[in-house]
Design a protein around this ligand. Structure first.
Ligand SMILES: Nc1ncnc2c1ncn2[C@@H]1O[C@H](COP(=O)(O)OP(=O)(O)O)[C@@H](O)[C@H]1O
Ligand SMILES: [Mg+2]
Length: 215
């Protein structure tokens, strides 16, 4: 049975799909058999992965809560890692995903509004942990940070107060190279130049932290 890693946060634009595609490709490049489950109506991650030329990562698109509850274990059975790209909105679909995930990862931009939406996601995670008597493990990371922003330290301090959810040490900075990857049907490892190499290093560190959290 493969591990189920879900990217959740109702806030659009916080980097769920970008992170889902990058962690899928990172694990796949390491030789693991990865599948991606796209639970978002916009289908960004499945469109992205299917447009890539490399060895394709199998993708499934599912949005209904019933289908998610039933099919996540079946999909996880067939692979080493099932990466779930969560929907916008904290809906029944998000609950279904949290009932099946081994690890929930919440990307959060360091702004006041985003911190609020992350705390809504944390509430849902805590409910799932309470119903399931433990899982899913959960982690928040700061995404799309702009260097030198004062809010960053405040955001990290605030998020660190939640004991059910760990705050990861790695921060992913806002970089044009990352924004360019979708349009180029690529990931950061396919792009050249120093900014891309810096972002690639940040992702590498983030994904190692995420892997270290798996039960
Ligand atoms: N670290 C980053 N630096 C620059 N742009 C980013 C970064 N992460 C995501 N983006 C861009 O932000 C937008 C939203 O990201 P996306 O992954 O689609 O978020 P979500 O799936 O949470 O809605 C996309 O245009 C994406 O290219
Ligand atoms: Mg998305």
């Amino acid at each position: 049975m493969g591990a189920v890693i879900a990217l959740v946060n109702q806030k659009g634009g916080c980097s769920k799909s970008t992170t889902a595609v990058h962690i899928s490709c990172w694990l796949s490049r390491k030789g693991h058999f990865v599948q991606l489950l796209d639970a978002d109506a916009q289908r960004s991650s499945s469109i992205w992965l299917t447009s890539m030329e490399d060895k394709p990562i199998p993708t499934t698109v599912l949005q209904s809560p019933d289908e998610l509850l039933e099919q996540i274990p079946e999909l996880a059975e067939q692979c080493d890692y099932l990466i779930v790209d969560g929907p916008a909105g904290l809906s029944e679909a998000s609950r279904a995903i949290l009932f099946r995930a081994d690890l929930a990862v919440v990307p959060c931009q360091p702004t006041g509004l985003d911190l609020q939406s992350a705390s809504d996601a944390v509430r849902l995670i805590k409910q799932a942990q309470s119903v399931r008597g433990g899982p899913p493990k959960a982690a928040i990371f700061i995404s799309r940070a702009v260097k030198g922003t004062k809010l960053l330290d405040e955001a990290i301090a605030l998020l660190s107060k939640t004991k059910e959810v760990s705050v990861l040490k790695t921060v992913i900075h806002q970089k044009q190279a990352i924004a360019d990857t979708f349009g180029q049907a690529a990931t950061i490892w396919d792009l050249s130049g120093r900014p891309a190499a810096e972002s690639a290093r940040e992702y590498e560190r983030l994904f190692k932290e995420i892997m270290g959290m798996l039960p």
